[in-house]
Design a protein around this ligand. Structure first.
Ligand SMILES: NC(=O)c1ccc[n+]([C@@H]2O[C@H](COP(=O)([O-])OP(=O)(O)OC[C@H]3O[C@@H](n4cnc5c(N)ncnc54)[C@H](O)[C@@H]3O)[C@@H](O)[C@H]2O)c1
Length: 367
């Protein structure tokens, strides 16, 4: 077992790379940044400079370096599969941002390629790596038999956070494809190797800046009479991030990913300053999730026990996403096409929602 730091190459030096680079810095001695790649060379150079790493604008050159043992791929979603497969073919371990691939079939192909090459393939479902989730999995047996999981993950985005959010076709799902995977990954963590036997999704759209759904309720039935529900929203000005797990020995409640209570007794709480105000966007510090995730990846690369989300796990979640989006389309297509409530001629002047509470409110359909 080598005690050398893992030689890492960061691929894609955009917005989220800052969180990954901070994690590299926090794990000096465990991980060493030896190379960066971005199609824009100055971006790669800016990321590499503080670490004395080499910078490139093409992946193949970096993959040829023997000091690159592993890659962290944080490029746009459409490149994950192609770049991940190239890294695996070069014999490099890979930590790849979510989503691993654009279909479950391709994700499975990547997981199998990594198995065949004898390298680690881990996926950046970062939110699994918080202290409350680690406590939950470490003490799972204490809680008894799981019957049900409820997730509420509701935030407020004032319109598209990237231009493509606005034009993303309804059929691909908006909040279901962008935000649901975090909650779904948590439910899958709780349900172990099982996938749901039935899913039902209802979805709606309240904002006008995009075409897809921005609010959804997901109900899933798992083998062994276990049930799960997920409520996700982009319309909630006072944020809620809450997980409730119903076990035979009592109730586990996880708030903001940081506080864990069992039968109301507080067992896990964050370090001071981590949750400044969980009700507002940006009111939580997430840096330790990225640090934990990278530490778990380094442990896996060195052959030690780890909590990485594997390529096989990610493939199952992507397959499940497709089922959920299909259910939403079947059940709530009309609400997405015409989200405006029916017009009551006697109450035409009455506002449907309080605009101060919900921002722009329901969409006025264009002719
Ligand atoms: N885990 C999380 O919580 C989390 C949060 C945000 C984003 N993400 C994921 O991270 C990934 C990147 O998101 P982002 O917001 O940083 O995007 P971004 O657009 O800010 O950054 C992407 C970077 O990749 C570079 N790039 C484009 N083509 C490339 C190529 N062929 N080779 C190398 N680099 C290339 C771009 O120049 C850019 O610098 C996405 O897959 C996203 O889903 C994950």
């Amino acid at each position: 077992m080598s005690e050398q730091p893992v030689g890492l190459c960061l691929v894609g030096c955009g917005r989220i790379s800052r969180a990954h680079l901070a994690a590299v810095q926090a794990l000096a001695g465990t991980v060493r940044l030896v190379a960066t790649v971005d199609r824009t060379l100055p971006a790669a150079q800016a990321a590499a400079a503080p670490f004395g790493a080499q910078a490139f604008d093409d992946l193949a050159t970096a993959l040829a370096l023997p000091e690159v043992e592993a890659v962290l791929i944080a490029s746009p979603n459409g490149l994950h599969a192609q770049q991940g497969l190239a890294a695996i073919a070069a014999g490099k371990h890979a930590l790849i941002e979510k989503p691993l691939a654009e279909s479950g079939a391709v994700a499975r192909q990547m997981a199998q390629a990594a198995d065949a090459a004898g390298v680690v393939l881990a996926v950046g479902h970062t939110f699994r790596q918080g202290p409350a989730f680690h406590y939950l999995t470490d003490h799972w047996a204490d809680f008894g038999t799981l019957r049900a999981v409820e997730v509420s993950s509701c935030v407020r985005w004032e319109g598209p956070q990237a231009p493509w959010w606005a034009t993303k076709p309804r059929e691909e799902g908006l909040i279901l494809s962008l935000f649901a995977p975090h909650s779904l990954d948590f439910v899958q963590l709780c349900m172990g190797a099982d996938d749901p036997i039935r899913v039902h999704v209802e979805a709606a759209r309240w904002q006008s800046g995009w075409q897809g759904e921005d609010e959804a309720m997901i109900i899933m039935a798992y083998p062994g009479r276990r049930l799960a529900s997920i409520h996700i929203s982009y319309n909630q000005p006072s944020i809620i991030d809450r997980k409730v797990l119903h076990f035979s020995n009592g109730v586990v409640e996880i708030e903001d990913g940081e506080f864990l209570r069992f039968n109301r007794e507080l067992l896990v709480q964050p370090e001071p300053g981590v949750v400044r105000d969980g009700r507002v966007m940006g009111g939580r510090s997430l840096g330790h999730y990225f640090t934990n995730q990278l530490a778990e990846f380094a442990a896996a690369v060195r052959g030690r026990p780890h909590r990485c989300v594997t390529g096989h796990d990610a493939a199952r979640t992507i397959d499940l996403m497709d089922r959920l989006i299909a259910s939403a389309r079947a059940n709530s297509a009309a609400d997405l096409i015409d989200p405006a409530p029916p017009v009551d001629p006697n109450a035409a002047a009455a506002p449907v929602v309080d605009p101060n509470a919900f921002g722009p409110g329901p969409v006025e359909e264009k002719a």
